[in-house]
Write a protein that binds this ligand. Structure first.
Ligand code: HEC
Ligand SMILES: [Cu+2]
Length: 364
């Protein structure tokens, strides 16, 4: 057989695949060790001490899911232990010994007791898992908002999140602000999940289970938490190039802080005369076709609302911290932070960018 017959080639190929798998695994291990240093660097807006851990739930649905996960893990670990111990025992106890070649092991033809046991026990285990899961689903899934809930409509876009509070007339992006729920004032948050384009998935592991966000459909989710703080989330369904930069933050506030946030968001724009150039330029540029900015002619809905832009910690759905320097880079060329982003490079001069950014940073 010459080296280029098909059979030979296939053999070599398989070899190469084997080596590929090993090196991929090694690369992944190396990457996972290096990751915190790379992503946790100064440029990264992700605060690692705040990173989401589904095993540290702070909200009722997430707590229920954790309890279920623990039950399932415990049962599976039990099965693993029993099987592992039996297997180890059998391997050692009945290993081949010198002289065994001449003997045949005892032949067993069926055992009703054994067969009944290995049918009934797994059936019981599956039924327990089924009932526990059904109970949790029933507790966690709600089709309609509960009494007194704060309702927010969440719209998934490629690649950012829109949050609308119909009750307060607020529309914002990427950072969801909700109140804490106390025994004196239970105040759950009820989310209507919608998509503008493709399937996304809303996931804030410490607050609630992962829920798909599907075009032409309204899924629902609720949060009920007694712990103020910031919780990180992430789109959990691949939705295109910048899926990995589709983060979200949920800020849980005390009642007073939440009221203050609502007031600040509802406040009209404060027109700062010293940045009139930037404001005029903004209103003369295509920015207004894609962005809404209360108090100006801008009423586009393709991109996030820029009203009270500076009240947000990040821009580009967590791609960068929100400060003058990053805003400058963003307006100059948004693809620097998010290659493939759906905001075009507007080809502005350096002077124009300066004027725009000077204006944007006044949007408190
Ligand atoms: C073709 C539509 C379009 C135009 C025109 C446009 N943008 Fe955008 N812009 C977007 C989209 C879409 C995003 C969200 C990108 C993402 O996060 O993936 C965005 C994001 C932003 C953000 C970050 C907001 C945030 O909270 O994440 C700023 C600031 C911004 N644009 C400013 C501008 C300015 C200033 C102009 C005009 C010079 C402009 N945009 C023109 C579509 C547009
Ligand atoms: Cu996504």
């Amino acid at each position: 057989m010459t080296s280029d017959t098909p059979g030979m080639r296939r053999f070599r190929c398989r070899h190469r695949v084997g080596r590929g798998v090993v090196s991929t695994v090694l690369a992944l291990v190396a990457l996972s060790l290096a990751l915190p240093t790379v992503v946790g660097g100064e440029e990264s807006p992700i605060e690692f001490d705040q990173i989401s851990n589904m095993f540290e739930p702070v909200s009722v649905p997430a707590q229920r899911i954790r309890e279920l996960a623990e039950l399932v893990i415990a049962i599976c670990a039990g099965i693993f232990l029993v099987v592992g111990v039996l297997l180890t025992y059998v391997i050692i106890r009945f290993r081949a010994r010198p002289g065994d070649e001449k003997r045949e092991p005892p032949q067993v033809y069926g055992s009703n007791n054994l067969e009944a046991a290995w049918t009934i026990i797994p059936v019981i285990i599956v039924v327990v898992l089924f009932l526990a899961t059904a109970r949790t689903i029933n507790e966690v899934e709600l089709k309609e908002p509960m009494e007194g809930a704060l309702e927010v409509t969440v719209v998934g876009h490629r690649w950012w999140w829109e949050f609308e509070y119909p009750e307060y007339g607020i529309i914002t992006a990427n950072e969801l602000h909700i109140p804490v729920s106390t025994p004196e004032r239970p105040w759950p948050t009820f989310l209507w999940l919608e998509s503008q384009d493709v399937v996304h998935s809303f996931w804030v592991p410490r607050l609630a289970g992962k829920t798909d966000v599907v075009p032409n459909r309204r899924n629902t989710l609720w949060i009920d938490t007694a712990e103020p703080g910031m919780y990180l989330g992430q789109c959990a369904e691949y939705c295109g190039t910048q899926h990995a930069h589709m983060l979200l933050r949920v800020y849980v506030h005390s009642e007073e802080d939440f009221d203050a946030w609502v007031k600040a968001q509802q406040a009209p724009e404060v027109v700062d005369a010293s940045v009139a150039d930037g404001r005029n330029l903004f209103q003369r540029t295509a920015c207004i076709n894609c962005h809404t900015l209360d108090g100006t002619v801008a009423d586009g809905t393709y991109g996030p609302s820029l009203s009270h832009l500076m009240s947000r910690k990040t821009i580009g759905a967590g791609a960068a911290f929100n400060n003058a320097e990053n805003l400058r880079k963003w307006v100059q060329d948004p693809a620097l932070f998010k290659p493939g982003v759906r905001m075009p490079d507007m080809k502005l001069t350096s002077e124009e960018v300066d004027q725009l950014v000077a204006y944007l940073v006044t949007l408190k």
